[in-house]
Structure formats: C-alpha cells, structure tokens
Design a protein around this ligand. Structure first.
Ligand SMILES: C[S@@+](CC[C@H](N)C(=O)[O-])C[C@H]1O[C@@H](n2cnc3c(N)ncnc32)[C@H](O)[C@@H]1O
Length: 251
C-alpha cells in the first residue's frame, strides 16, 4: 500500500456518507465561531486544510470569504464540489497532501478542523513527523499576523482510555499518544480494511509544536465538535482546540 493509501482510500469510500456523522450537524454555529476568532472581513483569503466535504469552506464562502479547500481524498472533494454548486458559491478545491501543501504566505487565515489531516498518520509513518510537517505547512501558507483555528484529538483522553494490556497489544503507544485504528469501508470492488494511526496531543505539546513552527499561541482548550468556545479542556473530551497567530519568522 502506498503512502497515504489508508486514509485516502477510507475517505474516498466514506465520502458519500460523511455528512451523516452527528458531529457535522453544528457547522453553521461553528462557522459563526470561526468568523469571530479569525477576525477577518469578507474578501479575506482563507485556507481550509483537510477540508473534507467542504462544510466549513462553503459556509465561509457564503459569508464572502475567498476560500481554498485542500484535501487528500478525491471522493471528499467531489462532495465538496457538489456542495459549492448547491450553495451557488465558488471555492477552489485542491487535491493535495497537507504535509506538502506549498503555498507561501498568501493566506489571511486558516482552519484545520476535526482532524483535517492533522493527527491522521499512516501505519508505519512517524506520527510526530507527520504533524510537524502539517504545522510547518500551515506556517508557510499564512502571512504574518494571520490566525489559525485547529482542532486535534485529545491525547489526555487516549491516556485514560487505553489500558496496559492495550499498550502491550500495540493498540496504543503512550510515548507518542498514537492509537492504531482499524479502517473498514466499502469500495467498488467490495469491502476493504486496513490499519492507520491517529495521533493525539496534549495542550502543552500542541502549544510547543505550533510555537516552534512559527506561531504565537492565543488559546488552547476544549474543542470537541458541537461544543466550541473559549473554555478549558475537559481531560476526557474528544478534541483540543488551538487558536494561534502567525509570527513574522519563517520555520
Ligand atoms: C474527519 S475529516 C475532517 C474534514 C473537515 N475538516 C470537517 O471538519 O468536516 C478528515 C479529512 O482529512 C483529510 N486528510 C487526511 N489526511 C490528509 C492529508 N495528509 N492531506 C490532506 N487531507 C488529508 C481526509 O481526506 C478527510 O477529508
């Protein structure tokens, strides 16, 4: 299986059903929150990295922002394209690996939400290097002063969830906060399955990662889909939120 084959193949197969996930139901409220946090006027150029079906990008485009959505999965981007047509808005959709997305300092803001590439490593890939590459890609894309809103898996929850037996069985690596995830989906050629990894983060590690990449941190707290806001992280909640501002330096 080639690099990215696991997650890409999974999301290609899952794409037609993605918007049935309960966590997608709060998109409009989430977009209201994003508009407040990014502090940009309509017309600003925004990047949605790991945009999926484009649920945030399309709503932001409706509000007048110039949106570029990047995703690895052509299946997800097909859904995104259909959503833009249904909404009567225009978004540039780009199929690319977030780790290598190479626009330079041309965005006024960025979002990377609900593990939109960040934290989704392939089996056998170094999960820390994976997320470092995405943090650096986000830093490269943003002009100094631009803001980023990102949500990531909460590694503290993973530490509580997994037992010593799970660790011994290889289901969870407490050193990197990475869980092994069996992926199963239906393809045109029948049911398929493979293994991938999900990399969790704790607040201080997330903060250090993005500071090193070239951001100043404005907020790290709870960020589970459906419950966004400036609030502390509940140790057992699903996701962490980071809000950060691009500094002047280049990583
Ligand atoms: C859980 S979905 C999140 C989508 C969207 N941000 C949302 O909030 O609904 C994760 C997305 O990340 C994409 N993805 C995974 N790895 C990626 C990578 N290396 N580069 C770009 N996109 C990636 C997947 O294809 C999928 O669309």
């Amino acid at each position: 299986m080639s690099a990215n084959e696991g997650w890409r193949a999974f999301f290609d197969g899952h794409a037609p059903f993605y918007m049935q996930n309960a966590f997608t139901r709060n998109t409009e409220a989430e977009v209201e929150f994003l508009v407040g946090e990014l502090r940009l006027s309509p017309g600003a150029r925004l990047l949605d990295l790991g945009c999926g079906t484009g649920r945030h990008a399309v709503e932001l485009a409706r509000r007048g922002y110039r949106m570029i959505g990047v995703d690895l999965s052509r299946g997800m981007l097909r859904q995104a394209q259909a959503a833009t047509q249904a909404a009567g808005v225009s978004v540039d959709w780009i199929q690319a690996d977030a780790k290598r997305f190479a626009a330079v300092a041309c965005f006024d803001g960025a979002i990377c939400l609900c593990e939109g590439s960040f934290g989704l490593a392939e089996a056998g890939e170094d999960p820390i290097a994976h997320d470092e590459a995405i943090a650096c890609a986000l830093a490269r894309c943003l002009r100094p002063g631009a803001r980023l809103v990102l949500t990531a898996l909460n590694g503290r929850r993973l530490m509580h969830q997994y037992s010593a037996e799970d660790v011994a069985a290889g289901a969870f690596d407490p050193a990197t906060l990475t869980e092994r995830v069996p992926l199963e989906w239906d393809s045109e050629t029948g049911p398929r399955k493979t293994l991938a990894c999900e990399h969790g983060h704790c607040p201080e590690g997330l903060q250090a990662l993005f500071e090193t990449a070239g951001f100043s941190i404005e907020h790290v707290g709870g960020g589970t889909a459906g419950d966004w806001g400036h609030r502390p992280l509940d140790p057992d909640e699903y996701e962490i939120m980071l809000i950060a501002k691009r500094t002047g330096s280049t990583p």
